[in-house]
Design a protein around this ligand. Structure first.
Ligand SMILES: NC(=O)c1ccc[n+]([C@@H]2O[C@H](COP(=O)([O-])OP(=O)(O)OC[C@H]3O[C@@H](n4cnc5c(N)ncnc54)[C@H](O)[C@@H]3O)[C@@H](O)[C@H]2O)c1
Ligand SMILES: N[C@H](C(=O)O)[C@H](O)COP(=O)(O)O
Length: 336
C-alpha cells in the first residue's frame, strides 16, 4: 500500500488562510506528492507577506513533484484579481471556481490521484452572481453524478449527512426515501472501499426531537425514515435507527458503530467539530474521484498572520492519499 500518489491541492479563497496553509506545507518534507492549484502570483505575494522562503516551481502533468523542504510544485491558474489577505473580492470568484475545475478535471484525466481543497468563501462567490452551495455540490455537478455524500471524520468519529447545504426550512421535504437510500448505499459502499470496513455499522439519526416520539413530535420517522431503513436492511446494510439525535452521539451507541448518519448539516457537524475541530477531514463520498478537504472555513480574521493551524490540512492530505491508494487497490482487485 505504499504506492506513490499525487494530490492536487486547491488554495481556495485568496483572501483566506488557504494560500498560507499551502505555503506552510512547504516548510516540511512531505511523504505525498502535492501540487498546489492556484495563482502563482497569489502564493508568492502571501509568501512575501509572511517572509516564508519557498521556491515555487511550475508543474505540468507527467513531471516530478517537489516534495522537499521549501519547495512547492504549482499548477498555475490565471484570473486572480487581487491578493489582499482578509479582504474579499467578488472579482476573484471565477478564478476560485476555475481552480476547482482544473483540479477535478486533472483527477478525471488521471493526472492526479485525488484532490484536496482549502476553504472557499461561499458568500463572496454568490455575491459575484454565481450560484454556489459548496465544493460538494459543485463537484457532484462537475462529475455528473446524481448523489454524493458529505462525511466529516476524525480518528474517533465519522459523521455523514443526508442533506448538505440546505436552509433548515427545506430539510424535511428533502428527506425522501430515495435520497436516504442513495446516501446510505454510497456511505456503506465507500466505507468498505476506502476505509476497509467489511460490514459498516451505521447509526441513523431521526429528524425530529426524540426521533418523533412515536409520531407525537413529527411523522417523518414513521412515514419515511423507518420504511426506507427497513428496505435497506433487507439489502444487507447494517443500519441502526432512527435514533434520537440528542443521545446518538454517546458512547453507548458510538462504541458499536463505524459512522453516524445525520439528517442535516447542523445536526451532525457541531458534534464532530466539538470533538475534533482542527484535526478532522471533510470527505465527499460517491464521486468518481477522491476529494478531501479541511474541516474549517476561510478564517479571514487570521489570514496573513501566519497563525492558522494546518492540522486539518495535514489530515485531509493523509486521508486523501490513503483513499487514493485504496481506490487504486480496489480497481486492481476488480480487474483480476
Ligand atoms: N471547506 C470549505 O471550503 C469550508 C468549510 C467551512 C466553512 N467554509 C466557509 O468559510 C467561510 C467562513 O466560515 P466561518 O467563519 O463559519 O468558519 P471558519 O472556520 O472560517 O472560522 C471559525 C473560527 O475558527 C477559526 N479557525 C478556522 N480555521 C482555523 C485554523 N486553521 N486555525 C486556527 N483557527 C481557525 C477562525 O479564526 C474563526 O474564529 C464561510 O463562507 C463558510 O461557508 C468553507
Ligand atoms: N459543510 C462544510 C463544513 O462545515 O465544514 C463546509 O461548508 C464545506 O463544504 P464543502 O466541502 O461542500 O465546500
Amino acid at each position: 500500500m505504499n504506492e506513490s500518489v499525487i494530490l492536487a491541492l486547491t488554495a481556495g479563497e485568496p483572501a483566506g488562510i488557504g494560500p498560507e496553509l499551502c505555503l506552510q506545507l512547504a516548510q516540511e518534507d512531505r511523504g505525498v506528492g502535492v501540487v498546489v492549484v492556484a495563482s502563482k502570483a497569489l502564493l508568492q505575494a502571501r509568501a512575501d507577506q509572511l517572509k516564508l522562503d519557498v521556491a515555487l516551481s511550475d508543474w505540468a502533468p507527467g513531471q516530478p513533484v517537489a516534495t522537499g523542504k521549501r519547495q512547492l510544485s504549482v499548477l498555475h491558474v490565471d484570473g486572480c484579481a487581487s491578493y489582499h489577505a482578509g479582504v474579499l473580492d467578488a472579482q476573484n470568484s471565477a478564478y476560485v471556481l476555475d481552480t476547482l475545475t482544473v483540479a477535478a478535471r486533472g483527477c478525471l484525466a488521471g493526472d492526479f490521484d485525488g484532490m484536496v481543497t482549502a476553504p472557499v468563501h461561499k458568500g463572496i462567490i454568490n455575491d459575484a452572481g454565481i450560484a454556489f452551495s459548496g465544493h460538494t455540490e459543485f463537484l457532484q455537478e462537475l462529475c455528473g453524478v446524481e448523489r454524493v455524500v458529505m462525511m466529516l471524520a476524525t480518528e474517533e468519529l465519522r459523521v455523514a449527512l443526508v442533506t448538505t447545504h440546505l436552509p433548515l426550512k427545506d430539510v424535511s421535504a428533502a428527506i425522501t426515501s430515495e435520497r436516504l437510500s442513495q446516501v446510505s448505499r454510497i456511505l456503506d459502499a465507500d466505507l468498505k472501499t476506502f476505509f476497509g470496513i467489511e460490514q459498516p455499522r451505521i447509526l441513523v439519526a431521526g429528524l425530529n426531537p426524540h426521533a418523533g416520539e412515536g409520531g407525537h413530535l413529527g411523522r417523518e420517522e414513521i412515514e419515511v425514515i423507518e420504511p426506507a431503513l427497513e428496505k435497506l436492511r433487507s439489502e444487507g446494510l447494517s443500519l441502526i435507527g432512527p435514533l434520537p439525535a440528542d443521545t446518538l452521539f454517546t458512547p453507548h451507541w458510538l462504541d458499536q458503530a463505524d459512522a453516524a448518519l445525520a439528517m442535516y448539516h447542523d445536526q451532525g457537524l457541531p458534534v464532530l467539530k466539538f470533538q475534533g475541530f482542527g484535526r478532522a477531514v471533510n470527505i465527499t463520498l460517491g464521486l468518481p474521484i477522491v476529494r478531501t478537504s479541511v474541516d474549517h472555513g476561510t478564517a479571514l480574521d487570521l489570514a496573513g498572520t501566519g497563525k492558522a493551524d494546518a492540522g486539518s490540512l495535514h489530515t485531509a492530505i493523509r486521508v486523501g492519499a490513503s483513499m487514493a491508494r485504496c481506490g487504486k487497490a480496489a480497481i486492481k482487485e476488480n480487474q483480476l
